[in-house]
Design a protein around this ligand. Structure first.
Ligand SMILES: Nc1ncnc2c1ncn2[C@@H]1O[C@H](COP(=O)(O)OP(=O)(O)OP(=O)(O)O)[C@@H](O)[C@H]1O
Length: 602
C-alpha cells in the first residue's frame, strides 16, 4: 500500500475532512467572535498534536512544550520587528531553533536512558530557563513583551484583516501537522513508537535505536509547537514571556491528553474539541455569576468527573464506535513466504567459535554479579547456562546483549569486539534475546510484534516474509491477531522467542523461557529450541529445569556467586561435585553427592 492510500484510509484523513467542512461552514455562517474561538481551537489542536507525539505516542511526558511554543512566537516576532523578516521565514527559523533546542534538552536523558521523570523535569526546567532569560533581555521587550509590527495586513506579513484568513491559515497549519504525524505513524515509525512506548528495553533488543527515534520525534514535535507559537503571536498581536513560556500552556496540554486520550492519534483532536468550547461556554454563561472563579470551579469539577469516567480518555470511550488509537500498517503476512529465520548465515563455519567472552566482570557497587567469566560458544551448538538463584546468569546475558556494560573483560562476536555496545547495535550484529520477565509490547498484536522486530533495518516486503515464516515456526499463527497482553504465559514466552527470531539472529539468548510452564508446554519448548538450532541459529539458554537442560544442551556452563565453576558436556557437569555442592550445599558425609540430574533446581 502506498503512503497516500494509507493516509486516505486513516481516521486522521476523515477527521481532516470533517475539520475542513466545519471551517467552510464557519467561514460562511459564523460571526467574527465564533471564528476567533475556532481559530483558538485549531491552534490548541496543533499544539496538542505536537505534544502527543512525545508525551502520548512515545510515552515521554514533556512539561516543556511551552518552551518550543515560545521560541516560535519570539523568533518570528523579533525577526519581523528588528529586521523586517517575514513571519513565514520567522516560523521556519523558530521551528528549526525549537527542534535544535529540543535535541539539546533531550540528548542527555535519551542517550543515558534516564528515567522518564528526569526527562519531564528537564523539560520543565527548560521552559523556566527560557521564561527567565527572555524576561531579562531588553531587545525582546523584557517582561513587557513584544507586538508584531502592525504594518502590512498582508499574507507576506501573516497579518490579516479578516478572521476567516486566520481560520484558513490555522486549518492549513493543523492539516500539515496532523497529516505529517499520520504519515510517519503509518510507516515504520508507528511500530517503533509503539515498541518504545511499551518497553524501551525490548525495543532496543530488536534493534531499534531508541535514542535516535526519540530525538527525531522530539525535534519534529518541537517544530510543530514552534509553528503554533508563531501563528498564535501573529493572531493575538502580542506576546510576553509569561503568556508563551508559562506553565499554563503545559497544564492545558496535559488536560487535553488526559481527556482526549494520550497515545492515540485522535486524542489531541478530541481533547481540545471538547474542552475549548466547553471552557468558552462556561466563561460567557457565568460571566455575570461570580466571574472567572465560578467558571474555573465548575470547569475543574466537570474535568474531574470526565477524567474519572473515562480513564483512557474519550478515545477509549469511543472505541466501541470504531474510533481506534490509530491502526498500524501491517501487511498481509499470510501471503508472505519468507526465508527461514536462521537464513542470515554466520561467517563462522559450523562448529567454529562464534562468541568469546574473556575475563568478563560486572559489579554493582561492592556486589560482583559476574566475576572474571570466560566462555567460548561454537556456531550451531546449544549451550545451557545453569546456576543457583543469584549466580549471575541473567547479568551475563545482559552483558552479552548490551543492556549492561561490563566493568572489565572482552566479548567478541564473529571476531568483532561487542563489549559495551548498545543493545540495538548488538542486535543488528546478530544476537537476539528474550527477557527473564517477559517484556511484551502490550499495545501490539502478536503479528504486529513479530513484524515490528523484522522491520528494523529491512524493507517492508522482506520484513513481512520473515514475520510470516517466524510465526509459523513458533506456531503462533492462531494467535496472530490477539493483543500481546492477552495471550497465556506459554504463548507470551513463544512470542518473545518469535520477536527475537524475527531480527534474524545468528545467536539467540533465551532466558528461562520454561519458567512457569506445564510439562507439556516444556516439551513443546524443547522441540522449539531444537528446531531453532536446526534452522542455523546458535542457542544459549538459561534454565532451571534440569531435565530440559540435560536433554537439550551440547555443553553446559555453571555459574555460582558470579563465577564460572564448571563447564562441559551434560553428563560430566551433572557429576561434578562443585556443581552439586553449589546446588545442594556442601555434603556432610562422603560420598553422598547425588548426580545433578537427580537434583531438583531450587
Ligand atoms: N541492577 C542491579 N543492581 C544491583 N545488584 C544487582 C543488579 N542486577 C543483579 N544484581 C545482583 O547480582 C547478582 C546476580 O543476579 P542475576 O539476576 O544475574 O542472577 P541469576 O543467576 O540470573 O538469578 P536468577 O536465577 O534468580 O534469575 C544478584 O546478587 C543480584 O542481586
Amino acid at each position: 500500500m502506498t503512503i497516500l492510500s494509507r493516509f486516505v484510509r486513516s481516521q486522521t484523513a476523515t477527521a481532516l475532512v470533517l475539520m475542513w467542512l466545519a471551517i467552510t461552514a464557519a467561514a460562511l455562517f459564523l460571526d467574527g467572535y465564533w471564528i476567533g474561538i475556532m481559530v483558538g481551537l485549531l491552534g490548541w489542536i496543533l499544539l496538542a498534536a505536537s505534544w502527543n507525539m512525545v508525551g502520548g505516542l512515545l510515552g515521554q511526558v514533556s512539561f516543556g512544550h511551552s518552551a518550543f511554543f515560545g521560541l516560535g512566537a519570539y523568533t518570528a516576532v523579533y525577526l519581523a520587528t528588528a529586521h523586517g523578516i517575514s513571519p513565514w521565514l520567522g516560523m521556519l527559523i523558530g521551528g528549526l531553533l525549537a527542534a535544535l533546542f529540543s535535541m539539546i534538552v533531550g540528548y542527555l536523558p535519551f542517550r543515558r536512558g534516564l528515567s522518564p521523570l528526569v526527562f519531564s523535569l528537564l523539560t520543565l526546567a527548560s521552559s523556566y530557563v527560557l521564561l527567565f532569560a527572555v524576561s531579562g533581555i531588553p531587545a525582546l521587550g523584557g517582561t513587557n513583551g513584544l507586538f508584531p509590527p502592525a504594518v502590512g495586513q498582508s499574507v507576506w506579513d501573516m497579518r490579516f484583516d479578516s478572521p476567516v484568513s486566520y481560520l484558513l491559515l490555522a486549518g492549513a497549519l493543523t492539516t500539515f501537522a496532523l497529516a505529517t504525524i499520520q504519515i510517519l505513524y503509518s510507516g515504520r515509525l508507528g511500530f517503533y513508537w509503539r515498541a518504545i512506548h511499551d518497553s524501551e528495553a525490548a525495543a532496543g533488543a530488536i534493534g531499534i535505536n531508541t535514542m535516535v527515534v526519540k530525538l527525531f520525534t522530539f525535534a519534529v514535535s518541537a517544530f510543530f509547537a514552534a509553528m503554533a507559537g508563531t501563528f498564535s503571536a501573529q493572531h493575538t498581536g502580542f506576546i510576553d514571556p509569561q503568556s508563551v513560556f508559562g506553565v499554563e500552556i503545559t497544564i492545558y496540554l496535559l488536560l487535553f491528553a488526559v481527556v482526549g486520550g494520550a497515545g492515540s492519534l485522535l486524542g489531541p483532536v478530541l481533547g481540545p474539541l471538547v474542552l475549548v468550547p466547553a471552557g468558552e461556554y462556561l466563561r460567557t454563561a457565568l460571566a455575570n455569576a461570580g466571574g472567572s472563579s465560578a467558571h474555573h470551579l465548575i470547569y475543574g469539577i466537570a474535568l474531574m468527573i470526565a477524567i474519572l469516567s473515562f480513564p483512557g480518555g474519550l478515545v477509549a470511550g469511543l472505541r466501541r464506535f470504531g474510533v481506534t488509537r490509530g491502526a498500524l500498517s501491517l501487511p498481509d503476512l499470510a501471503r508472505a513466504a519468507g526465508p527461514a529465520p536462521g537464513a542470515r548465515r554466520s561467517d563462522a563455519a559450523k562448529g567454529s567459535e562464534i562468541l568469546k567472552a574473556s575475563g568478563v566482570s560486572k559489579n554493582f557497587g561492592g556486589v560482583f554479579a559476574v566475576r572474571d567469566v570466560s566462555i567460548d560458544v561454537r556456531s550451531g551448538e546449544i549451550l545451557g547456562i545453569i546456576g543457583p538463584n543469584g549466580a549471575g546468569k541473567t547479568t551475563l546475558f545482559s552483558l552479552l546483549a548490551g543492556s549492561l556494560k561490563p566493568s572489565s573483560g572482552s566479548i567478541t562476536f564473529d571476531g568483532r569486539e561487542i563489549a559495551g555496545l548498545p543493545s540495538h547495535e548488538i542486535c543488528r550484529a546478530g544476537i537476539g534475546r528474550t527477557f527473564q520477565i517477559t517484556r511484551a509490547f502490550p499495545t501490539l498484536t502478536v503479528a504486529e510484534t513479530v513484524y515490528a522486530a523484522a522491520l528494523v533495518g529491512r524493507p517492508e516486503e522482506e520484513a513481512a516474509a520473515i514475520a510470516g515464516s517466524v510465526l509459523s515456526l513458533t506456531r503462533l499463527d492462531p494467535y496472530r491477531d490477539m493483543a500481546s497482553a492477552d495471550v497465556t504465559l506459554a504463548v507470551q514466552r513463544r512470542l518473545e522467542i518469535a520477536r527475537a527470531l524475527a531480527t534474524r539472529p545468528r545467536l539467540i539468548l533465551l532466558d528461562e523461557i520454561m519458567a512457569g510452564l506445564t510439562p507439556r508446554e516444556i516439551n513443546d519448548a524443547i522441540e522449539l529450541i531444537r528446531s531453532i538450532r536446526d534452522s542455523g541459529v546458535t542457542v544459549i539458554f538459561i534454565e532451571h529445569h534440569i531435565r530440559a537442560v540435560m536433554a537439550l544442551s551440547d555443553r553446559i556452563v555453571v555459574l555460582d556467586a558470579g563465577e564460572l565453576i564448571a563447564e562441559g558436556v551434560p553428563s560430566d557437569v551433572a557429576r561434578d561435585p562443585r556443581v552439586v555442592e553449589a546446588y545442594l550445599g556442601r555434603p556432610t558425609e562422603e560420598p553422598a553427592v547425588p548426580p545433578l540430574d537427580k537434583v531438583k533446581a531450587r
